[in-house]
Design a protein around this ligand. Structure first.
Ligand code: NAD
Length: 502
């Protein structure tokens, strides 16, 4: 691929941008025009080794830095991200394609995790028990793990890295971030803002690249923990390889989020919510609603009619153009893949209620795909089972509440699920029995705030910890319990039985 004359992004190691000269590169596109705008170096085992050396060398100093001082760096970083928020949002739109308002929202959601991490002195407070035995006290504390790594997907180039490194750094770890090779600029920008906030060199490093860089991170014995967010097959690979090497791993995978619509739901409000949840960011969100489950044929018919009407006026175009509500997909390859799924839906017997295959703006050369509604989808179809990750909403009709719940719980993924209803009892039973990590009641995209934790169930998360919030602090620290005696007269006594403190 010819990328001469265009900027080439390298890596950020030990406080310096390094260009990765000689390394293979891949192109980075502007999805709205289809043009290549830059290239990015593909890091390998030697790049990862250099980043681990830098992070390991920085660990002793950073982990011994008082949490209050670490928080002070994060307060400074917060101010810088705020000051640069508009520029960061424009970088996201230029490489990802999402609308500017969506990109601004993403920066804001990332910033909220930084704000959570600024409270780290409080979050790291341990537990203390006085007199667990005569003149014996016991206390528990949480300590940093060492060098941690993060691997992120293309769809949230700011927010997902910010789910990870602010908490990891606040806890005293050093960090290596491997962003998606499809929109790599944002992480390098954040690295430079961290440096401006006086983060010592080597505490935060960026290795760009793809599979080879990820596999090198998984294989490196100097990395204590890995946070991964991406598709389910890669999440499973990262979890299996990482834990086999003795690392702590949290690997968040793909999704197929359902929204159940009860007959008593307000259909106007539900349609509004569904339009944003299914077609916002062109459906390229792990919390996008990709399956609607209306209860009863009457609700289903009315819902599809409402959606058809709303999609007719949906404004599709370049993410930085005024008034645009839905941008392009990330790549031409992905656009073809989504197109293939709609062809498949037809062959599988779904009814194409709204067909986006001709794109909304075919003339401008970007990777556009129009909003699509597949009616009469059934759980045996591949278009139901597999994640399409585009602006394609499947409608699975259910006869009653129990049938709807069976549909939701029958899917292998369990990231988010929502119910729209005016019936408190139906909502309560749904929240109790649904097999998903994040649940919405009349909220279509129930993304937890930074001070709670984010994560799915089943094939949507491998590992024991959700990200950010209290779970993030637990993931990036390990527990130490100290039992301590300062006796006046215990010297010279030996007891060979198991200590019981009584
Ligand atoms: P992806 O799995 O293709 O890539 C994720 C990361 O893994 C990237 O950094 C990529 O370079 C790397 N990678 C890709 N293939 C690899 C391989 N074979 N071996 C090792 N590393 C590899 O995901 P994507 O297309 O960038 O992002 C979209 C996916 O991410 C969707 O499935 C979406 O649901 C998921 N996602 C999940 C969440 C969540 O919270 N559960 C959040 C955002 C995105």
């Amino acid at each position: 691929m010819q990328t001469l004359g265009r900027p080439k992004l390298g890596h950020y190691v030990a406080g310096r941008l390094i260009d990765g000269n000689g390394a293979a590169t891949v192109p980075v596109y502007d999805p709205a025009s289809g043009n290549i705008t830059k290239s990015v170096a593909l890091g390998d085992a030697s790049t990862v080794a250099a980043a681990v050396r830098a992070a390991r060398d920085a660990f002793a100093g950073w982990s011994a830095t008082p949490p209050l001082r670490r928080a002070a760096v994060l307060f400074g970083f917060r101010e810088l991200v705020l000051a640069h928020a508009e520029r960061l949002a424009r970088i996201i739109t230029a490489e990802h394609g999402k609308t500017l308002s969506d990109a601004r929202g993403e920066v804001q959601r990332g910033l909220e995790v930084v704000e959570f991490a600024c409270g780290i002195p409080h979050l790291l407070k341990g537990e203390f028990s006085e007199n667990v035995g005569r003149a014996v006290d016991s206390y528990s504390l949480r300590q940093a793990l060492g060098v941690c790594a993060g691997i992120s997907p293309f769809n949230f180039p700011a927010m997902v890295p910010m789910w990870m490194f602010p908490v990891a750094l606040a806890c005293g770890n050093t960090f290596i971030m491997k962003p998606s090779e499809k929109d790599p600029s944002l992480t390098l920008e954040l690295a430079q803002l961290l440096a401006q906030a006086q983060l010592p060199a080597g505490v935060f490093n960026v290795v760009n690249g793809a599979k080879a860089a990820v596999d090198a991170l998984l294989a490196h014995p100097g990395i204590a923990a890995i946070s991964f967010v991406g598709s389910t097959p890669v999440a499973r690979h990262v979890y299996e390889r990482g834990t086999a090497g003795g690392k702590r791993v949290q690997a968040l995978g793909g999704a197929k989020n359902h929204l159940v619509i009860m007959p008593d739901a307000d259909l106007e409000q539900t349609t509004d919510a569904l339009m944003g949840a299914a077609f916002g960011s062109a459906g390229e969100r792990c919390m996008a609603v990709s399956i609607a489950v209306p209860v009863g044929d009457g609700v289903a018919d009315a819902l599809v009619a409402h959606l058809r009407q709303r999609i007719a006026s949906l404004r599709v175009g370049a993410g930085d153009a005024d008034g645009v509500e839905m941008g392009p997909l990330i790549s031409d390859e992905h656009r073809r893949r989504v197109h293939g799924y709609v062809d498949l839906a037809e062959r599988e017997g779904a009814h194409i209620a709204v067909d986006g295959r001709n794109g909304a703006n075919p003339k401008d050369g970007g990777f556009f795909f129009g909003a699509t509604v597949l009616d009469c989808v059934t759980p045996d179809m591949r278009v139901y089972r597999e994640e399409i990750f585009g602006p394609v909403l499947g409608v699975v009709r259910a006869a009653d509440f129990e049938a709807a719940l069976r549909v939701v719980n029958g899917h292998e993924c369990g990231n988010g699920a929502a119910i729209f209803t005016r019936d408190g009892d139906a909502a309560r039973v749904f929240t109790q029995r649904v097999q998903a990590g994040m649940v919405g009641v009349n909220v279509a995209i129930p993304v937890p705030m930074a001070f709670h934790s984010f994560g799915g169930w089943k094939a949507s998360l491998f590992g024991d910890h959700h990200v950010h919030g209290p779970e993030g602090v637990r993931f990036y620290t390990r527990l130490k319990t100290v039992t301590c005696r300062w006796p006046a007269g215990a010297r010279g006594t030996t007891d060979y039985a198991m200590p019981t403190m009584r």
